[in-house]
Design a protein around this ligand. Structure first.
Ligand code: 5GP
Length: 130
């Protein structure tokens, strides 16, 4: 079944962003999990022992875009994937952190929505004070 995406106003998605290229398999990734709505792979520059990125397959720039414009089934499929990956990585008992950077103050680098999953060791304070 083909997913129908809504036409978005006021925001333009850059088809050349690095995660779009990963989705098109133009550049490689260390894939962990995939379902109809999400792809997960290891971060190329891990900030903790386990550092996984989960991205929606749809073209969403950031959390603001995804939360406003994604279809319920896309949000559901994506969030289910995040939970399943954490579970499959044995992070539920030891604990993990999920994070999404939106925009400038958060330092978002890649303009395709993604959730980071950190774990595998104690993660320290929630926000760096430096
Ligand atoms: P942001 O700062 O946008 O929340 O996070 C972007 C993340 O993408 C960073 O943690 C960065 O290391 C990761 N990243 C950037 N380019 C690539 C890439 O080509 N492959 C993978 N696997 N991760 C990438």
């Amino acid at each position: 079944e083909k997913i129908k995406y809504k036409k978005k106003k006021n925001m333009t998605y850059d088809d050349d962003n690095i995660f779009a290229k990963i989705l098109r398999e133009e550049i490689p990734c260390k894939k962990i999990y995939e379902n109809k709505y999400a792809l997960a792979f290891h971060d190329v520059n891990p900030q903790s022992k386990i550092h996984i990125l989960v991205i929606p397959k749809g073209k969403y720039i950031s959390f603001a875009d995804f939360s406003e414009n994604a279809l319920p089934k896309e949000i559901n499929g994506f969030m289910k994937a995040v939970g399943k990956i954490a579970k499959n990585q044995n992070l539920v008992e030891s604990g993990y952190r999920i994070l999404a950077n939106h925009g400038q103050n958060a330092g978002q680098e890649v303009a395709h929505f993604h959730i980071h999953i950190f774990g595998g060791e104690p993660l320290g304070p929630m926000i760096s004070k430096t």
